[in-house]
Design a protein around this ligand. Structure first.
Ligand code: SF4
Length: 211
């Protein structure tokens, strides 16, 4: 059985995927509906759509951003704006096919002016934990400082942490800068490319290589 795809992310090849049981699919659907109906924090009253996930239900890698932006809020899909296109290009470069990855955010609802809201993130956190316990990725890749801090509060600043594996994390954690930063200047674009090459090396040799 092929892994379930919740949207149609770009795929360059079709890797073998883990199977997802009917129970996992049912639990995922219930959780997604819960998120879409949530009003636990003030962001729930301002959003157009709660943004749950895109990708496989049996991913090898899950990319974790901080929060939906305007386009994500409008479409209800994570990373569909300019930085999403940069991320998708990176995913193609890494050779991750459609069944091998997923994309989500720490916050499921867009914060005003795209300003990350740590208090809302604490309220929202159980949703992320439940998502990850169903997805069971072999690797988490955080995108930017807020996602890194939310997943690993003891991590050093993102510019120190990005581009190398965080030892001791379970699942293993590989921080990157935010793809939006890579769009801002040649300097950050070069940094993004460098860190991506290091991530590609880990994927060629790290756990779950055969997934
Ligand atoms: S951000 Fe999270 S906790 Fe707040 S309303 Fe949205 S889904 Fe609920």
């Amino acid at each position: 059985m092929e892994p379930t795809l919740l949207t149609s992310p770009p795929a360059t090849r079709s890797p073998r995927g883990r199977r997802t049981s009917p129970k996992v699919r049912a639990d995922w659907e219930r959780l997604s509906q819960e998120i879409r109906a949530c009003r636990r924090c003030p962001l729930g009253r301002q959003r157009t759509h709660a943004v749950v996930y895109r990708g496989s239900l049996a991913p090898r890698v899950v990319f974790v951003g901080e929060a939906p932006g305007a386009e994500e809020d409008r479409q209800g899909i994570p990373f569909v704006g300019r930085s999403g296109r940069r991320l998708d290009a990176a995913i193609r470069t890494l050779g991750l096919g459609a069944g091998a990855y997923g994309v989500l955010n720490v916050l499921k609802c867009r914060p005003p002016a795209n300003r990350f809201d740590p208090k809302a993130a604490r309220t929202c956190r159980p949703f992320l934990d439940r998502q990850l316990s169903l997805l069971r990725p072999a690797l988490l890749v955080t995108l930017g400082a807020h996602a890194l801090r939310a997943i690993d509060p003891d991590a050093p600043p993102v510019l120190t942490a990005a581009g190398r594996l965080r030892a001791g994390a379970d699942p293993p954690l590989f921080p990157l800068i935010h793809p939006a930063a890579a769009l801002r200047s040649r300097r950050w674009s070069d940094r993004w490319d460098r860190d991506l090459a290091a991530l590609g090396e880990w994927l060629r040799t790290g756990p779950g290589t055969n997934l």
